[in-house]
Structures are given as structure tokens and as C-alpha cells.
Design a protein around this ligand. Structure first.
Ligand code: C2E
Ligand code: MG
Ligand code: MG
Ligand code: MG
Length: 271
């Protein structure tokens, strides 16, 4: 199987890739009906103040249950980005999250933060971004407690463009978190150029705290620097007591992970 690409260049696809392509096509077709059929649901993973042990916020994580099967976001979000379905899906996620924020406020809880993951595609598309600005404005909630999580990959392809967009989001009052920090290319020196409020240390770092002396050193220095630069640091993927103790010792304010709580339906969270 060969496809002509440009001037006389041929690209060959292996059977594996063709199969993956067909599979993704099938999923993309099913995804069209997922929203209408209520197959998408939102789970919330609590984030804790590591010093007090209190829940300070929730990260919204989308789930797709199709034919009783769980399809992970790592699988369908890239497909939705490819087909453009991500816009509609993310619109729904943001509206639901803002509605949840409003419910908290109605119950008298104004401090709970809600963190929403935003795909790079949504950030970059002009039409979609205008729509996003509109929904963000249409809810009467305290936006200083809404956090938009962006990954480094969303930023590095065109840093000036991304910085502009992030500034616009910030103008709405929301806070910006840099997700999966440490997995991409951006270094600590990059950070100060970005309009961000929060740095989320990637799980891969946290996992090696106890085994890898160098990683532990890197985390220590990130924590010190972040404190100096006035960033809040959130540690992702805390799974062991040892990791938790290390993070507390070096004054990481906030953390989330299976040790503390898995992502769960909102009704299951014990505050
Ligand atoms: P992320 O934003 O970095 O989310 C953290 C992921 O780590 C989540 O996986 C969460 O379930 C998982 N996790 C949390 N604590 C632990 C832990 O202690 N151990 C382990 N092994 N995993 C932990 P999930 O829900 O499968 O999401 C994967 C990625 O998919 C997310 O990474 C995010 O990039 C994307 N995603 C999820 N929900 C959404 C969404 O609503 N919108 C967008 N655009 N992307 C989403
Ligand atoms: Mg995230
Ligand atoms: Mg992350
Ligand atoms: Mg991630």
C-alpha cells in the first residue's frame, strides 16, 4: 500500500498502521453519537492541600463508556482532535464543569477550584476559541477558581500565538496550569515567559522520586524555584506514602493521585 506524497515520494504503510487507521475510523464514527447517547461522563479527581489534607480542588476527567466498554481519553481525545469533534465535546465539558462550580457556590463552597483540561486544538482554532470565550463569560461564577490545564505541546509549536491565547483566557479571570510539566521540552527558564499560574509536575517524575536520586534532585529544585517565582505546584500521580512524604518535606502545596483518590463521579467524593 503506497500513497503518493509530494514530488514522487512514496510513503508505505504497514498492515499494523492500516489496521489502526480502520479502528480509529470506527471509533470516530461511534464518537459522533456518544454525546447524544450520554455515553460521555465526567469524573472528578480531588486535589489536596498536602499540608492539611483537605480537598482544595477537582480535576475534571472525561470518560467514554461504549457498549459497556471503557475507552480511555488517551485513545479518543486524539481522534476527536483529528476529526474536529473535540470542539463539541469540550464545549459540553466546560459547560458541565461551570455548572458544577455554580452548584458548589450555591452550597456555600466558594473555595473549591475546578480544573478543566483544554486540548491544544481548542486553544488554537479561531472560531472555537471565540466560542470558548463566550461560554466562559456566560456563567455567573467566580472565575478565579476555574483553572484551565494546557500541555506543553500546545504551547511550543507557536509560543507567541499560544501566549496570546493564554493571556486572553487569563483576562477572563481563569488561572492557567501547565500540565505534564517535565515530559516535554520546556525548561524552567521557559516558564517565566509563559502566562501561567500553576505548574503540574508529571507523574513520571513523581514515580521515580524514590528510585532515582537525580529525579528527586530535579523535583526539589523545581519546587524551590516555583516557590520563588510564585507558581503553585501540583504533583500528579501520587501513588505511595514515600512519594507523599517527599513532596510534603519539600513544601509542594498541592497533590493528586490514586493514593489520595482516584477520579470518581461527583456524588462519590467525600469532602
Ligand atoms: P492529565 O490531564 O495529565 O490527567 C491525569 C491522568 O492521570 C488521568 O488519566 C488520571 O486518571 C491519571 N491519574 C491520576 N492519578 C494517578 C495515579 O496516581 N496513577 C496513575 N497511574 N494515573 C493517575 P485519564 O483520565 O486517563 O486522562 C489521560 C489524559 O487524557 C489526561 O491527562 C488529559 O490529557 C486527557 N484528558 C482527560 N480528560 C480530558 C478532558 O476532559 N479534556 C481534554 N482535552 N483532555 C482530557
Ligand atoms: Mg490535566
Ligand atoms: Mg497531567
Ligand atoms: Mg497527561
Amino acid at each position: 500500500k503506497a500513497k503518493r506524497e509530494g514530488k514522487g515520494r512514496y510513503v508505505f504503510y504497514s498492515e499494523d498502521i492500516m489496521q489502526l487507521y480502520a479502528e480509529n475510523n470506527k471509533l470516530a464514527n461511534k464518537l459522533k453519537y456518544a454525546l447524544d447517547n450520554s455515553e460521555l461522563i465526567l469524573n472528578y479527581q480531588p486535589q489536596y492541600n498536602l499540608e492539611t489534607g483537605k480537598i482544595t480542588g477537582l480535576e475534571v476527567l472525561v470518560r467514554w463508556i461504549h457498549d459497556n466498554k471503557f475507552i480511555p481519553p488517551s485513545k479518543f481525545i486524539p481522534i476527536a482532535e483529528e476529526t474536529g469533534q473535540i470542539y463539541e465535546i469540550e464545549y459540553w465539558i466546560i459547560e458541565s464543569s461551570l455548572r458544577q462550580k455554580k452548584i458548589f457556590e450555591t452550597m456555600g463552597n466558594y473555595d473549591m477550584t475546578i480544573s478543566i483540561n483544554l486540548s491544544s486544538k481548542s486553544l488554537c482554532s479561531d472560531i472555537n476559541f471565540n466560542n470558548l470565550e463566550k461560554i466562559f463569560l456566560s456563567y455567573d461564577v467566580d472565575y478565579s477558581h476555574i483553572i484551565v490545564e494546557i500541555t506543553e505541546t500546545a504551547i511550543i509549536s507557536d509560543i507567541h500565538f499560544a501566549v496570546n491565547r493564554l493571556k486572553k483566557l487569563r483576562d477572563l479571570g481563569v488561572k492557567i496550569a501547565l500540565d505534564d510539566f517535565g515530559t516535554g521540552y520546556s525548561s524552567l527558564t521557559h516558564l517565566k515567559e509563559l502566562p501561567i499560574d500553576i505548574v503540574k509536575l508529571d507523574r513520571s517524575f513523581i514515580q521515580s522520586i524514590e528510585e532515582d536520586g537525580k529525579d528527586a534532585m530535579i523535583i526539589k529544585s523545581i519546587l524551590y524555584l516555583a516557590l520563588d517565582l510564585n507558581y503553585e505546584v501540583v504533583a500528579e500521580g501520587i501513588e505511595t506514602e514515600g512519594q507523599l512524604e517527599f513532596l510534603k518535606k519539600y513544601k509542594c502545596q498541592t497533590g493528586q493521585g490514586f493514593l489520595l483518590s482516584r477520579p470518581v463521579p461527583i456524588e462519590s467524593i467525600v469532602f
